[in-house]
Design a protein around this ligand. Structure first.
Ligand code: MN
Length: 719
């Protein structure tokens, strides 16, 4: 029932005689170097020893299974490392030999391949939901750094399907379902059509034995009836080709049993609707001949309008090339025709595997072939040069897989997230409340930082605590819009609350000048002002002041009953900065004010107040606009650590940095950043940002640093 095609794809079937290592080598001799084959044989001896004493369900020694998998890989003409990986693919899983041992014996490439296959083996597809199957497929691909891992896994599955008969019926059905839902579609995606067809056929037979029997019987009967007209059509085409002097191989194609079944099921068609189509493939030597053939068949039978497709000129993304047309056959039965070269046929059957090991045989390969090969070559080279798989994945995914990762919930559901997503993104994807109250995450049952990017295949569990709140630092690493907007929303509310508090303090200070207390402002005056400003309530007014949108002095004058709204900010009693104002008050990054420095508060629209040093060059202009700044001073009870920058020139002696760092730590300060400014043969100039409590603390640190002999110059950075 399988395709009676060109024989370029997978043609092996389970034989009655055992397939031996020597048989494998015989296949490899047709395309690998002798020393590569010797390596493969060494892997066989290694694998046979590792699996010594183990048997398969069939009763035969275990090593025959990996050997058969290697054979499937060899028939796809895969490289020798893939063949070795195929032979060793169950070694980590079933014999307890560690990856390191394989690496020591056969190198890191083989070890990575075997390890990759083992990881996929651990993934279990349990869900019954159809929609989950697509996610599971994507997860498998996303987990794979090297596509050869998928090829070994597919070959492994194919051999397991071929020997499925010995399994218990329930197990057989489970494996068959997995094959139809997961593995066959992956093979299709990689363009491996003959692999896909065989997986589908075996899967269909094991999953629905009765339907399989009925349908194959129907096909057998109908084929008998069609044999004669089919021969006539083939003969007619053959004759025209001969007349034109074209050498062509013509195959009658029969549709895959499973695809007939699926069409009947999905489109509610009768068997005859689906089956009553003749399908022919013509394989020729050159591209030029393909188009001549097209002309000949269109001359012989009328083409069905709108059905012609030129995949030679415009190949499919996976490199597939062919001419497709449909003809009105005798008695009006449509004939589907594919016309392609031998090389195109090989690609159509083996897909990505056809690109793997390309020998220089075909000099006339055309652009699409070359393109598909370039694409793959690019991937392989990227992988080699990038060293890690991340970049490689980015590249392949753009072509082949979407840019997503797939992780499990503790319940086994699959969740799709963008690449780079973290546990916090996951938490918000599950539910906003879970995101808002998450405090920790377990990845594959181990505690893990919330910020770590998730990997496909991981199981993620979120730990929440009542009363927990989002952390502003999460904004630095979340990637999903949902997480981002929820965190922002929360912070906005928090900020609004803090702004009201600061606004009230600023207004109180401003009212002091008029010897007025906020509580004693006549209510009607406040009402009138709110109305004029178009604000709904007092809170809105205080929030506006706190956020820097409104100048407190002006508001105070209005509340004091002075209609003239020009105030002099400089007359105000300074506001005390306590360090507990929250997000509506920040310290300028240009001049790094610390307690003890004379400071000034600049009101910035929407951002509240920014504290600068009085002598910061950035504030000279603002000082002329009294509306925009406020006199402030440090409160006595100020607490916290404040960053400050020191510029330091030192001699280039070994260990200078370490001595500097030790001295700073010794004085109970933390280094936040070190930047190298310039360096010559004698000295280095660096800027160190460290944290201090106040000026006294800073002075002590600077004195201490000056005692280090290599330090030539040291000063605090101003503005
Ligand atoms: Mn296996």
């Amino acid at each position: 029932m399988a395709d009676n095609g060109t024989g370029t794809g997978l043609t092996s079937r389970p034989d009655s005689t055992r397939f031996l290592a020597s048989d494998l080598c015989a296949i490899l001799e047709t395309y690998l170097e002798p020393e590569q084959i010797r390596e493969v044989y060494r892997a066989y001896l290694f694998g046979a020893e590792a699996h010594e004493g183990q048997t398969r369900m069939t009763g035969e020694p275990y090593i025959y299974h990996p050997l058969a998998v290697a054979r499937i890989m060899a028939e796809m003409r895969m490289d020798h490392n893939s063949i070795i990986a195929a032979i060793l693919h169950d070694v980590i899983e079933d014999t307890g030999i560690p990856k390191e041992r394989i690496e020591a014996e056969f190198g890191s490439e083989v070890a990575e391949l075997v390890d990759g296959v083992s990881k996929l083996t651990h993934l279990k597809f349990e869900s019954k939901a159809e929609a989950q199957a697509e996610n599971f497929r994507k997860m498998m691909l996303a987990m794979t750094n090297d596509l050869r891992v998928i090829l070994v896994k597919l070959a492994d599955r194919l051999h397991n399907m071929r020997t499925l008969g010995v399994m218990r019926p329930d197990k057989r059905r489970r494996i068959a379902r997995e094959t139809l839902e997961i593995y066959a579609p992956i093979a299709q995606r990689l363009g491996m059509n003959s692999m896909r067809r065989e997986l589908e056929l075996l899967g269909f037979e094991a999953m629905y034995p009765c339907r399989y029997k009925v349908l194959s019987e129907a096909v057998r009967k109908a084929s008998g009836n069609r044999r004669e007209p089919m021969h006539r059509i083939e003969a007619a085409i053959c004759q025209r080709m001969e007349e034109a002097g074209i050498e062509a191989r013509i195959f009658g194609r029969e549709k895959n049993l499973y695809s007939i079944y699926r069409k009947m099921r999905d489109k509610h068609l009768s068997f005859h609707d689906v089956f009553d189509v003749f399908a022919i493939r013509i394989v020729v030597e050159s591209v030029d001949t393909c188009y001549r053939c097209l002309g000949i068949v269109h001359n012989l039978y009328k083409p069905v309008p709108g059905k012609f497709k030129d995949y030679i000129a415009i190949p499919k993304a996976n490199g597939y090339q062919s001419l497709h047309t449909v003809l009105f056959g005798p008695n009006g039965i449509p004939i589907e025709v594919q016309i392609r070269t031998r090389e195109m046929d090989r690609v159509a059957e083996s897909g990505i595997a056809a690109h793997w090991l390309y020998k220089t045989g075909d000099q006339h390969s055309k652009s699409a072939q070359a393109r598909a090969r370039e694409w793959l070559k690019g991937i392989l080279e990227m992988q080699k040069s990038a060293g890690n798989s991340v970049e490689f994945l980015e590249h392949v995914k753009a072509d082949l897989f979407p840019d997503e990762i797939y992780v499990f919930t503790p319940q086994g559901d699959i969740m799709e997230l963008p690449r780079g997503a973290t546990a916090v993104d996951f938490a918000y994807a599950v539910h906003t409340d879970i995101g808002n109250s998450c405090v920790a995450a377990k990845i594959d049952r181990r505690l893990s930082p919330l910020s770590r990017p998730l990997q496909s295949g991981q199981t993620v569990e979120i730990i929440t605590a009542p009363g927990a709140t989002p952390n502003p630092a999460w904004l630095d690493f979340v990637v999903t819009a949902k997480a981002r907007s929820n965190i922002r929303h929360y912070l906005k509310q928090l900020r609004a609350g803090e702004a009201v508090k600061l606004g009230r303090r600023l207004l109180d200070k401003a009212l002091d000048i008029h010897q007025l207390k906020y509580e004693s402002v006549p209510p009607e005056r406040l009402e009138k002002l709110l109305e004029e400003l178009g604000l709904p309530d007092e809170e809105a007014l205080l929030r506006d002041i706190g956020l820097g949108n409104r100048v407190p002095a002006l508001v105070a004058r209005r509340l004091a009953g002075l209609e003239d709204a020009t105030g002099k900010g400089s007359n105000l009693v300074p506001l005390a900065i306590r360090g507990t104002e929250g997000m509506v008050l920040s310290y300028a990054k240009c001049c790094h004010p610390i307690p003890g420095d004379p400071i000034i508060g600049i009101l910035t629209r929407g951002r509240g107040m920014v504290i600068h040093r009085e002598d910061c060059p950035n504030v000279t202009e603002v000082r002329n606009q009294p509306d925009q700044w406020l006199p402030v001073q440090w409160a006595d009870e100020i607490q916290g650590e404040f960053p400050v920058s020191l510029r330091l020139q030192a001699q280039n002696h070994r260990g200078v940095l370490a001595r500097l760092a030790a001295a700073i730590a010794d004085e109970e300060s933390n280094i936040e950043n070190v930047a190298f400014e310039e360096k010559d043969s004698q000295t280095t100039t660096i800027t160190i940002t460290l944290t201090v409590r106040d000026r006294v603390h800073l002075a002590r640190i600077m004195r201490r640093l000056r005692t280090i002999p290599e330090v030539i110059r040291l000063q605090r950075v101003r503005g």
